[in-house]
Design a protein around this ligand. Structure first.
Ligand code: KIV
Length: 272
């Protein structure tokens, strides 16, 4: 079934203009209707339906098991909530790597069935032709280089990328090639601040950093991380703007205690 894009949403043209005008871009991930409604009402520039949902909402150890059907399901929920923000959907592992025609068919589903306005693809020059074919077909692409979690088995861990001179140079070249191929923006994940700044300077399209430092044209965080939903481990690049884990535990424990002690429901919450 096709979907209607709500007309006041930001577009990729607005996002590119923000860089030209020196306005920083704020992006957060979102995975469901409730959270996306809050993000959209707060006027976040971009909501990314990230495949991090595999780890954050589905309980997988990596993003690799996430399927197209998982991504479409969550993107539809987020898109229903979005009146203001640009909606970008992550292409999951193996939805675009096998062939350009697979990439076209799968990316098209995000726009046609789920209400996203753009897709995100992990990888450098090896996906330049894919980026080109998608963009000339009317599917805007956000590129993603640096630490690319779908390649975790190749990279051997969630480590900062581009520290050595040759890796830094390759990343710079990849960024330029992806811009040339038609990407409208590029995520820089776990990249040294200086290199991320140099890439941001070299490109006309915006860079969006996650662990990329302040010189990127925008920032993205996983919403559950910045809200402090987890108490186990906080990566260095994550700033917690709230501590919801503690708040939720407090609320749930109060509820349990009140049910057990028969103080909930009280008169105020009961029908006569
Ligand atoms: O899946 C995701 O949430 C992402 C961001 C961290 C950039 O790719």
């Amino acid at each position: 079934m096709s979907v209607q894009i709500k007309s006041n949403r930001k577009t990729i043209v607005d996002i590119k203009k923000m860089k030209a005008q020196g306005e920083k871009i704020a992006m957060l991930t979102g995975y469901d209707y409730g959270m996306a409604s809050i993000l959209d009402e707060c006027a976040i520039d971009i909501i990314l339906v990230g495949d991090s949902l595999g780890m954050v909402t589905l309980g997988y150890e990596t993003t690799l098991p996430v399927t197209m059907e998982d991504m479409l399901h969550h993107t539809k929920a987020v898109a229903r909530a979005a009146y203001n923000s640009l909606i970008v959907a992550d292409m999951p592992f193996m939805s675009y790597q096998s062939s350009i025609s697979a990439a076209l068919i799968n990316a098209g589903r995000f726009l046609q069935e789920a209400g996203a306005q753009a897709v995100k693809i992990e990888g450098g020059r090896e996906f330049a032709e894919t980026v080109h074919r998608l963009t000339v077909s009317g599917i805007p692409v956000m590129a993603h280089i640096g630490l690319t979690p779908q390649s975790i088995n190749q990279l051997g861990g969630y480590k900062v990328q581009g520290k050595k001179e040759d890796a830094a140079q390759k990343m710079m070249e990849d960024a330029k090639i992806l811009e040339e191929a038609g990407a409208f923006s590029v995520v820089l994940e776990l990249v040294p601040e200086k290199l991320a700044g140099e890439i941001s300077q070299a490109l006309t399209i915006p860079t969006i950093g996650i662990g990329g430092g302040v010189h990127c044209d925008g920032q993205v965080l996983v919403v559950n991380d910045m809200l402090g939903m987890f108490d186990k481990f906080t990566p260095k690049h994550v700033k917690k703007y709230a501590n919801l884990n503690v708040e939720i535990r407090r609320a749930v424990k109060s509820y349990i205690a009140e049910v057990k002690s028969r103080t909930f429901p009280d008169a105020e919450h009961t029908f006569k």
